[in-house]
Design a binder for this molecule. Structure first.
Ligand code: PNS
Length: 156
């Protein structure tokens, strides 16, 4: 069983994340979508809300689990027997951040490797913070995020 962890803030999950998750499932038998703490970001949704949105958005995908951690991503991966982390890359601007995150993770535990997927062209401009900005300006986000996210925004 090849298991990977797909960590992120997922605040909220977008169609770009879902695309990367589906592609990761072509390689791994099981992918755990892991909500992890990014101390540089203030979150819009609670962890419970994020878990709920992701669970709903992935309910028809086989081999997906959803979890959260307050600790280190690589420690979580080791604990659950995952061999790889999954991350997405949208543009060159993501590279520097991903490069240092990967280096930090490698420093903590070099036995966990990272697989990067390039965002597809339709998703390359979507980010969680952009979704939040668009929603605040009353722009329709229903083509950019799963339905569960639209519902959660309306509920808030
Ligand atoms: O979606 P994001 O915000 O770019 O995801 C970043 C995240 C949450 C994957 C990263 O901040 C993370 O792994 N946080 C957990 C703490 C950790 O493992 N830090 C390791 C290196 S600094």
């Amino acid at each position: 069983m090849k298991r990977a962890v797909y960590p992120g803030s997922f605040d909220p999950i977008t169609n770009g994340h879902i695309d990367i998750l589906k592609r990761a499932l072509e390689i791994f038998d099981e992918v755990i979508v892991l909500i992890a703490e990014n101390h540089e970001k203030k979150s819009r949704f609670t962890v419970k809300e994020r878990v709920e949105m992701i669970q709903d958005a992935t309910k028809d995908l086989e081999g997906v689990k959803v979890d959260s951690t307050e600790g280190l991503t690589v420690s979580y991966a080791k604990r659950v027997g995952a061999t790889h982390l999954i991350r997405g890359l949208r543009a060159v601007s993501d590279f520097e951040y991903e490069f240092s995150l990967a280096a930090a993770n490698h420093y903590i535990d070099e036995s966990i490797d990272i697989v990067f997927f390039m965002a597809n062209s339709e998703s390359s401009f979507i980010s969680s913070s952009m979704i939040d900005g668009l929603y605040s300006e009353n722009v329709d986000i229903s083509n950019l995020v799963p339905e569960s996210v639209v519902k959660m925004y309306k509920k808030k």
